[in-house]
Structure formats: C-alpha cells, structure tokens
Design a protein around this ligand. Structure first.
Ligand code: PSU
Ligand code: MN
Length: 285
C-alpha cells in the first residue's frame, strides 16, 4: 500500500499546541481517504521511526521535542533523546524506510538579509541526498523566495508545479519565481516522479499552491511579516528558533489568518501527496 510521510516538526513547532493533534487526525484521515497509509515520522526513545502511532505522536508533542535537521539527528539517536523531524530529516528517514512521497506545508530556505546574516535551511540540501517527492506550497513566505528558488536551481533540484506555473510562497500563492515544468495531470506527474526518483536517487519538489479561498494577498502578508520580523529581532531569536517564532508571531498579528491558511495548505498538500503516492504504487513502484 502507498505510504505518505508526515513530519512532526510542523505539529510540534509550526502550529499552536491545541491545533496539533486535531491537525494530525485530519491529515491521517485525508491520507486514508485517498487509499494510502500515513507514516508519521519522528525520533522516539532514540529510534528514528516512520510508523509512529497516534499515542506516540501525542506523547512526543508533550515533551516539546528538539527540532531535528540532518545536522543534529544523529546526536538525538546517539543520546537517545526525543525529537521532531523537519523536512530534511523526514526525507532522510522516509527514504531509509522506502517511502517515496511526503507532504508538508512549506519548505525552509534562504532567510532574508543573507548578505549580513546567513541562515539557510537544511531542507534544501536534503533534496540532493534523499529520493523523496515532497509536496509543499513552495517555500515559506517569510523567506527570500527568489533567492531560495535560485538555490534550489543551483543544487539541481527538480521543481515542478501541480497545476501552477508560479513557484508558490506558502500562504501567498504568488511569487516572482517559476517552476521547471507544470503538470496538470496526476497520472503523468506520478509517472514523472517514479521516473525521476529512480533515475537520480535524489528528491523532487512538487509545488501545490495554497487553495485560493485561504490565500493571503502579497501586500497584506508583507504588513503582517514586517511586524513579526520586528518582534523577532526584539526577542533576539536565532538559528532553529527563527522559523517557529516568526510563524507564531504571524498567527497572532493576523488574528489567525496565516494559521488558517497554513492549515488549509497542509491539508491540501496531504491530499495531493496521497493521490500521487497511490498512483505511483498502481503504476508499479
Ligand atoms: N511547514 C509548515 N510549518 C512548519 C514547517 C514546515 O507549514 O513549521 C517546518 C518544517 O519542519 C521545515 C522547518 O523543515 O519548518 C524549517 O525550519 P528551518 O527554517 O529552521 O530550517
Ligand atoms: Mn535556519
């Protein structure tokens, strides 16, 4: 049966605590409805797991788990601590478990002001190492979207649009960047993913824009972001703390509008991922 990887950092650090388990329940139901099996990924008891039960996910969230990327995953395993997997480590564990498709919200990438303060997510390099198709609404709108798109190009990551020509920016559907190719047909896209994963042993980014009713206009989002950035710089957050802090601040400043868009796009990406995974299996993967 087709499996769809789900990450635990999104649940632990990307949404408010009381939204996490309801979101997990919705995502697993969406995957099952499309005839696939959800594979919740995280580190529990020093084990990298791709088959966490609902109870295990719930307990993991309660301990406020460390955010794990490819740099600190091994340390969590070695020291037997609990951890929530980001896009990079969810790809790593999915690949080693034979899971080809993963759904998330938006990738991490190149943060703004990289000229003076370099902060680039480990998510991007993961695509050069792990053969997983990631369905996401492009990259987070808090980033330098055009620079991130350029870096994906430099790394040689195939970026395809599902029913879009535009590289989406998370809760904002629009950006100044494009995709390598557009696919309108799910069967054709599933065939391409099978072909490319097998051909290269590396990842593919499938861009699926936020559903139009939940999308936030660019200028409106820019207003929310300016205030969130002010708060982040005032609070002095850095490193792995930046993305969760800014997402939380945005939700507060927008009175829930960015959170609603985030939830809507994650669910939509999960549905598309499950449909693609089922088709990839049906055509012989
Ligand atoms: N998608 C979301 N919300 C999130 C994330 C993705 O809708 O919180 C998480 C993913 O785990 C991603 C991480 O890997 O944010 C990026 O963090 P950083 O910028 O620190 O690499
Ligand atoms: Mn970072």
């Amino acid at each position: 049966m087709a499996r769809v990887a789900l990450e635990t950092t999104l649940l632990a650090h990307g949404v408010p605590r009381d939204a996490a388990m309801p979101l997990y329940d919705e995502l697993t139901a969406i995957v099952e409805r499309e005839g696939a099996r959800p594979a919740a990924i995280g580190v529990v008891g020093g084990q990298a797991r791709s088959d966490l039960s609902r109870d295990e996910v719930e307990s993991l969230l309660e301990v406020r788990p460390t955010k794990l990327n490819t740099a600190n995953l091994g340390l969590a395993l070695f020291r037997k601590t609990a951890g929530a997997t980001t896009v990079s480590t969810t790809m790593e564990i999915a690949a080693s478990s034979g899971i080809a498709v993963f759904a998330t919200g938006g990738l991490g990438g190149v943060h703004k002001h990289y000229g003076t303060q370099l902060d680039v997510s480990a998510d991007l390099a993961a695509f050069t190492r792990f053969p997983v198709a990631v369905v996401a609404s492009g990259v987070k709108s808090i980033l330098d979207v055009v620079a991130t798109r350029e870096l994906l190009e430099s790394l040689g990551v195939p970026v395809v649009g599902f029913r879009t020509d535009v590289f989406p920016a998370f809760t904002v559907a629009d950006s100044d960047a494009g995709v390598d190719a557009r696919f309108d047909d799910e069967d054709e896209l599933a065939d391409f993913l099978r072909f490319e994963l097998r051909r290269t042993g590396r990842g593919v980014l499938v861009c699926n824009p936020v559903p139009p009713p939940s999308a936030i206009a660019k200028e409106r989002f820019a207003g929310f972001l300016a205030e969130a950035e002010r708060r982040a710089s005032h609070a002095g957050v850095s490193g792995r703390g930046v993305t969760p802090f800014v997402l939380g601040a945005l939700a507060e400043i927008s009175a829930g509008e960015t959170l609603a868009a985030n939830l809507a796009l994650v669910k939509n990406n999960t549905r598309v991922a499950a449909r693609l995974a089922s088709r990839m299996v049906a055509s012989g993967n």
